[in-house]
Design a protein around this ligand. Structure first.
Ligand code: NOJ
Length: 519
């Protein structure tokens, strides 16, 4: 993106550029009916927590009717709420409550596959002559009778092809066999998917996070990948020119001219240039999920390269810009990835909320949660992701605001890290997130200013954000020893250790400490 002109204000920008997004994984957020599984009335009961935190937009993971082989990413009815989560009335009440508090809501749209129990697939599989047959991707066996190609499915690491014994053909599933891929090359499928989008837009959503959006454009002629790539999840390798026209038309449905909505694309790749290409010329997805930041270690060089690379990748994009995320429902929480250290988790929050781009938080990171330990033999998820999906502890005493048997164990230190224990404690991780979100909201430089990386030592990452007269400097010490940064001066706006706000910065960062300064 070109350097913002000094006259640019937040009001000139699409709302999502100055927003902080917060992911709600409804199964694990809050349990209103006491059955041990989170639900929509649970989310409704916690909207004031979200408002107090200061986020601007909720992204809610799937709550649609589903047999739950992939915890809702296997949708059997796109336009129904799964009874475990509640009803459409509960959804409407949630939209209203969020909007009343000035919080927008985007929901997950899962376009690449449906549940094998979805009526579309049930019809396609039960009758090879049916109209729905071509809504899925079928292929004859390879000459040896085996799967048509050597592609690898996610989670099972087996073939992406499942034999339909009745017809003798294979159907494609980039994920579980219970998640058949739909055929977006068929215009009827595209029209039906657009109807799904319109259904939720009519209920008031402000946009969508679109699951594995790169995968909806497929090579019309499935062919083997080179042997050395045969073990890579095929979704990572699926980047075909047929995707962009489909994505442009999704954008037209969701965010036509004159309307300001958000389309976040989950583009599965570690290549940030490739990710940015899905934004097109401002007519593709609004922004993408940052697969590099969600996998990055607590390492100064990795972060320096990432910020530099993101600034480069988005330098020529006027309509979009970077996004950053540290944790989500698919990866170990960043505190766990960073070795469990609270100091690192605090500094990471300061980093995430001060870089240029749209940040996305994952429920519970504002409490400094780590992954839960899942006893062997009790795993739920075929992808090994239960640890980061543990329930959020709301109260100090077990079962922490949940029914007596939550669907997964709580994260470590659930009592002292619960919302109730941290609320009102100015030294808590929760208070730090509140301070950072408020500091971001108060500063045009942090909201939409330019980012310049400053030359620093091997231990410290530092950058300057500028918009017009407003300027902030950020320094993050990635080392477990103190670091002198005497050339950085200014007043502390937020310190990662919760101390020093309003005082002159002393030029020294403690181990794993970060600071946001007003020069
Ligand atoms: C990405 C989602 O984030 C993940 O949870 C899901 O398992 C896959 N896509 C398949 O839908």
């Amino acid at each position: 993106m070109a350097a913002p002109s000094s006259s640019e204000t937040a009001a000139d920008l699409p709302w999502w550029k100055t927003a902080v997004v917060y992911q709600v994984y409804p199964r694990s957020f809050a349990d209103a009916d006491g059955d041990g599984v989170g639900d929509l009335p649970g989310v409704l009961s916690k909207v004031d927590h979200l408002a107090d935190l200061g986020i601007d937009c909720v992204w809610m993971s799937p709550f649609y009717a589903s047999p739950m082989h992939d915890n809702g990413y296997d949708v059997s009815d796109h336009c129904a709420v799964d009874p475990v989560f509640g009803t459409l009335d509960d959804f409407d009440a949630l939209v209203a409550a969020l909007h009343e508090r000035g919080i927008r809501l985007i929901v997950d749209f899962v376009p690449n596959h449906v549940s094998s129990e979805h009526p579309w697939f049930v019809e396609a599989v039960s009758d090879p002559e049916s109209d729905k047959r071509d809504w899925f991707i079928w292929a004859d066996p390879a000459p040896d009778g085996g799967p048509p190609t050597n592609w690898t499915a996610s989670f099972t690491k087996a073939s992406t092809w499942e034999l339909d014994e009745r017809s003798g053909q294979y159907y494609l599933h980039l994920f579980l066999p219970e998640q058949p891929d739909v055929n977006w090359a068929n215009p009827e499928v595209e029209a039906a998917q657009h109807d799904v989008l319109r259904f939720w837009l009519d209920r008031g959503v402000d946009g969508f996070r679109i699951d594995v959006i790169n995968a909806i454009g497929k090579d019309p002629e499935p062919r083997d990948v080179p042997e050395r790539m045969a073990g890579i999840d095929h979704v990572v390798l699926t980047h075909h020119e047929t995707a962009m026209p489909l994505i442009r038309r999704i954008r037209e449905v969701v965010d036509p001219p004159g309307v300001d909505r958000l389309v976040v694309g989950e583009v599965v790749t570690g290549d940030i240039e490739q990710q940015a290409s899905y934004c097109g010329d401002g007519d593709g997805v609004s922004c993408t999920v940052n697969f590099v930041s969600v996998g990055a270690s607590w390492d100064r060089d990795q972060w320096h390269l990432l910020l530099d690379g993101m600034e480069d990748a988005y330098a020529d994009h006027d309509a979009t810009w970077p996004s950053y995320v540290l944790s989500n429902h698919d990866n170990p929480r960043h505190r766990t990835r960073y070795g469990g250290s609270e100091a690192r988790a605090r500094s990471a929050a300061l980093l995430l909320l001060t870089v240029r781009g749209t940040p996305s938080l994952y429920q519970g990171e504002e409490l400094g949660l780590e992954d839960a330990v899942i006893p062997a033999g009790t795993e739920v998820d075929p992808g090994g992701r239960d640890g980061c999906r543990a329930p959020i502890p709301w109260t100090v005493e077990a079962p922490h605001g949940w029914g007596p048997e939550p669907w997964l164990p709580f994260p470590p230190e659930a009592g002292p890290r619960s919302v109730a224990a941290q609320r009102g404690d100015s030294s808590s991780v929760l208070a730090l997130y509140q301070a950072l979100l408020a500091a971001r909201k108060a500063s045009p430089a942090l909201q939409h200013g330019s980012l310049e990386l400053l030359a620093r030592t091997d231990l410290v990452l530092a950058y300057r954000r500028v918009a017009g007269d407003d300027e902030r400097v950020i320094a993050v010490n990635f080392a477990d020893e103190p670091a002198d940064v005497t050339d950085l001066t200014g007043t502390v706006v937020v310190g990662s250790n919760g101390l020093g706000a309003g005082h002159a910065f002393g030029g020294r960062l403690g181990p794993d400490e970060a600071v946001l300064l007003q020069p």
